[in-house]
Ligand binder design. Structure first.
Ligand code: FPP
Length: 240
């Protein structure tokens, strides 16, 4: 579904075991559309196309995990028309995944508080996750996702299990991304320098990369730039 072989060969950036997981805050869709005199929804449709293109690229360079912030727990505050458009894009994407999930090398996971969605949609998401779980490139789509909500969810799970004392390993087991290594790099497009409640627990030692490029304009060359910046840094994890 969107992860077919790339047609044009451009020199591929080399990555190694230091970079397994990149997460993207796909910001700037609304401004991109408004700059063109178009409604914000137009930006989201183009943003969805960019998401597919960047997913294909990340898989092609050998990345193992990619996470995208598609809709936050706070995004419901947006005008109804905009929320409806994003949900429609999401619905169409799910249907496409459902039809085509056997073809690609992608394990698609949906992370966030999914209880707000209809049972039919949740069943589809669960089936896509289950039936692609043997694929090697993991794509986490964060939808109705909030980092604080995720941590609370994990703590409440552990209370339900009857724990009186919890460890990091317990939380790692109960967060939505369980099984994925923490992101090595979080990229935020659109020029803002904030984290917006994204992967709060997982990002304790993550490297950040911010760019002014608006998400619909984001390209494989921009991914390469973020990766080059990542490799120019020395990760110390609190050591020296
Ligand atoms: C932030 O830009 C973007 C969003 C809240 C929605 C992102 C959704 C997509 C790119 C579609 C993804 C689709 C799938 C299937 C995963 P913004 O609207 O805040 O832009 P602005 O900062 O310019 O207003």
């Amino acid at each position: 579904m969107f992860f077919k072989k790339q047609k044009k060969a451009k020199e591929k950036i080399q990555i190694d075991d230091r970079l397994k997981h990149i997460a993207f805050i796909m910001d700037g869709n609304g401004r991109w559309a408004q700059m063109r005199g178009m409604p914000r929804e137009f930006g989201h449709s183009n943003g969805a196309a960019t998401f597919k293109k960047i997913g294909r690229y990340c898989e092609s360079i050998g990345l193992k995990y990619m996470t995208v912030y598609a809709f936050s727990t706070e995004n419901w505050k947006r005008p109804q028309k905009e929320v409806d458009t994003i949900m429609k894009i999401f619905d169409e994407y799910i249907d496409q995944c459902f039809r085509e999930m056997q073809e690609d090398n992608v394990h698609i996971r949906f992370i966030g508080n999914l209880t707000v969605f209809s049972e039919a949609l949740r069943e589809k998401m669960a089936r896509i996750d289950r039936e692609t779980s043997n694929k090697s490139f993991v794509l986490n789509i964060a939808i109705n996702y909030g980092g604080r909500e995720e941590i609370l969810h994990a703590c409440n799970e552990l209370i339900r299990e009857g724990k009186s004392k919890i460890t990091e390993a317990d939380i790692n087991r109960c967060i939505y991304t369980t099984g994925c290594p923490d992101p090595d790099l979080v990229v935020r497009t659109g020029g803002d320098l904030r984290i917006s409640n994204f992967l709060l627990w997982q990002s304790a030692y993550t490297e950040y990369y911010f760019t002014d490029v608006l998400w619909p304009d984001y390209s494989s060359r921009d991914v390469d730039e973020a990766i080059a910046s990542f490799y120019s840094r020395k990760r110390r994890y609190g050591g020296v």
